[in-house]
Ligand binder design. Structure first.
Ligand code: GRF
Length: 200
């Protein structure tokens, strides 16, 4: 059974999907802790209800970004996870954190990277007029949504879409992909060679 720590900032629907998946022992994953940068993150309630430990590491409690980064690394280190999953974690992880955990941290992004990185991927994809968007799971590096890609799922854009309808359609596919990929990484292991990720 592999241990993961999940980082969240918001509603936590991806976290909820992961929690549901861990109910099956064959999934191969146990969530050791959920860590947020915000006490107000609604997703923390999913963790509490499931009996999973939660920690908040809020930037406002630290002198600067590097100190916050170190505090986050300490919080994660306490659980010795095999994999860290950013599931709607809306902050960039800096050098002190990445030095320790690079190669072990995946993120999910609601677009087909390298198109539409950043915090407004769904809006940006709509504004660009793409007919296909989707979601990407990737290993975090020091850039903004630039790391090696683990998996992608395509989601069609329809004429009537607004940010909400497209966002929900993407999130539906995104949750299923994240659950699938985290389980496979945990059960089968992975290798990263440059930009190329192999599971198994
Ligand atoms: C996801 O679409 C994720 O890709 C994006 O924020 C959303 C988080 O959703 N960065 P939730 O908090 O898991 O519901």
């Amino acid at each position: 059974m592999k241990q993961i720590v999940v980082l969240i900032s918001g509603t936590g629907s991806n976290l909820k999907a992961l929690i549901d998946a861990t109910a099956s022992p064959t999934y191969g994953v146990s969530i050791a802790a959920v860590i947020s940068d915000k006490t107000s993150a609604q997703g923390l309630a999913y963790a509490t209800n499931a009996g999973i430990e939660t920690t908040v590491v809020a930037p406002s409690d630290y002198e600067n970004k590097a100190e916050w980064d170190r505090a986050l690394a300490r919080a994660v280190r306490a659980y010795q996870p095999d994999l860290v999953v950013c599931a709607g974690f809306m902050r960039l992880l800096g050098e002190p954190f990445l030095r320790e955990f690079v190669g072990k941290v995946v993120n999910t992004h609601p677009a087909l990277l390298p198109a539409f990185p950043g915090a407004h991927a769904v809006r940006d994809a709509l504004a660009h007029g793409v007919k296909l968007s989707g979601a990407t799971v990737f290993f975090i590096d020091e850039g903004i949504d630039t790391g090696a890609i683990v998996a992608q799922v395509a989601v069609p854009v329809v004429a009537e879409d607004d940010e909400n309808t497209l966002g929900e359609r993407i999130k539906d596919a995104e949750r299923r992909q994240l659950v699938d990929v985290v389980g496979r990484l945990a059960r089968e292991g992975w290798q990263v060679s440059g930009r190329h990720v192999t599971i198994g």
